[in-house]
Design a protein around this ligand. Structure first.
Ligand code: ADP
Ligand code: ASP
Ligand code: MG
Length: 417
């Protein structure tokens, strides 16, 4: 008998009708002879609604209370889904993160899972129950409720699958797999039957919200077979795999984007050792994550120092920079909170030069100005004005022919055609 962990996201349980559909799918899995542990998200946009309530009271709610609030969404779902299962003759039992024993660190609103108790779950499975666990939440060493960051139910599912050594972790959502680009933005994006952990990690961290990045990290680290599937459509979805030797890889596999970027520039800082640390030290002390960093040397021996942050941190980062500007006697701050990042991802890029230059050419022909560039072995990212995001994404998808099945040999030929 095998053990399967299934996770159902918000749209999959957005209404009672959806819950009943999900319950029937779970029952069918159990009837096929599997033990099933289910992780479920809050219904529809419930988490957004709850966040909205808090922001009506204050711009900066206490993170501890935010976690108490947000965790309620998943509690509603586990109870209703268990009732739905029971109503069709499937024994089920619900658990909050606290009740299972999902232990996390103390970082409210972005906690990390440290370990999960498995005794209770094993016992219930042996007695024939479907175990329904609340995603996205846990408990810290002091008994406080914590949450794992938006999209965190994916991570709950993968962590449970790792702990229980499940045969597969299935992420059921509103798309039938991982696509070459977000199908909501690119209608002719293509589903990828397989994608490597490395690519999925890049895609997730560069904005593809289909899987939470920590879930992918966890699955890679603990070797959890991970599959993305549709709740509403039959199919084999996308399997996230390790790269196999000799496996043919397209050069560019997919395209990710993020609108949630902002850029800050501190102008005319002295070009001497220690300056980058003086600028970015206070930013990191304020727990603001910095993404791209660029320094340009001017004629006068001073440099302009540019970096990007998440858009929600823009105002705070700017306020910190204003102070640093005075301390360093620099030439002022420039900023832009209306930028977006577009990235090409593919493990095949390791062995192929020229992808970045082709990308720049394609964007240039469309009159899209590139503001910042960053590259790694398997990705190229550019920052552009937000208003060009859709045009940029669709043009690149088309130019790299991502809608077509990839064949590496004639790739360059096709690009020229
Ligand atoms: P859930 O509520 O089930 O967790 P999410 O909204 O978090 O679902 O993730 C699914 C969404 O991810 C899809 O509706 C799709 O718009 C988006 N998405 C972004 N990039 C991709 C991609 N490359 N492939 C598939 N879906 C993507
Ligand atoms: N409900 C949470 C969110 O909307 C967690 C999740 O759905 O994964 O982010
Ligand atoms: Mg999600």
């Amino acid at each position: 008998m095998s053990l399967i962990v299934q996770k159902y996201g918000g749209t999959s349980v957005a209404s009672i009708a959806c819950m009943m559909h999900v319950a029937r799918k779970i029952k069918a899995t159990q009837s096929a002879g599997h033990d099933v542990v289910v992780v479920v998200s809050a219904m529809g946009d419930e988490t957004d609604r709850l966040e909205g309530l808090a922001f009506q009271i204050t711009e900066q709610p206490m993170a501890r209370e935010m976690d108490v609030l947000l965790a309620t969404g998943e509690q509603v779902s586990i109870a209703l889904l268990s009732m739905a299962l029971q109503s069709i003759g499937c024994a089920a039992k619900s658990y909050t993160g606290f009740q299972v024993g999902i232990h996390t660190d103390t970082a409210h609103t972005r906690a990390r899972i440290e370990h999960i108790e498995e005794a209770k779950i094993r016992e219930d499975l042996e007695r024939g129950f479907v175990v329904v666990v609340a995603g996205f939440q846990g408990i810290d060493a002091n008994g406080n409720i914590t949450t794992l960051g938006r999209g965190g139910s994916d991570t709950t599912a993968v962590a449970l699958a790792a702990t229980l050594k499940a045969d597969e972790c299935q992420i059921y959502t509103d798309v039938d797999g991982v696509y070459t680009a977000d199908p909501r933005m690119v209608p002719d994006a293509r589903r990828m039957p397989r994608v490597t952990f490395d690519e999925m990690l890049e895609m997730a961290s560069l904005g593809a919200q289909v899987l939470q990045i920590r879930a992918v990290e966890f699955a890679g680290k603990y070797n959890v077979p991970l599959r993305v599937l549709s709740t509403f459509k039959e199919g084999s979805g996308t399997l996230i795999t390790f790269e196999e030797k000799g496996m043919e890889q397209p050069i560019v596999s997919g395209l990710a984007f993020s609108r949630e970027e902002a850029k800050l520039i501190i102008r005319g800082v002295p070009d001497k050792p220690g300056i980058a640390g003086q600028i970015l030290g206070p930013i990191s002390e304020a727990h603001i994550e910095v993404d791209m960093i660029i320094q340009n040397l001017g004629d006068d021996g001073n440099t302009d120092f540019t970096f990007t942050v998440h858009r929600r941190d823009y105002d705070r980062a700017r306020a910190i920079l204003e102070k640093i500007d005075k301390e360093l006697n620099a030439k002022g701050i420039l900023g832009d909170a209306k930028i977006a990042k577009v990235s090409l991802v593919g493990v095949g890029m390791r062995s192929h030069a020229g992808i970045a230059s082709t990308m720049f050419e394609v964007l240039g022909k469309e009159g899209i100005n590139i503001q910042l560039i960053s590259t790694s072995e398997i990705k190229v990212s550019v920052v552009v004005d937000e208003k060009y995001l859709e045009l940029g994404v669709r043009t690149l998808h088309e130019a790299f022919r991502l809608h077509e099945e990839p064949y590496e040999e004639d790739y360059e030929h096709r690009l020229r055609a």
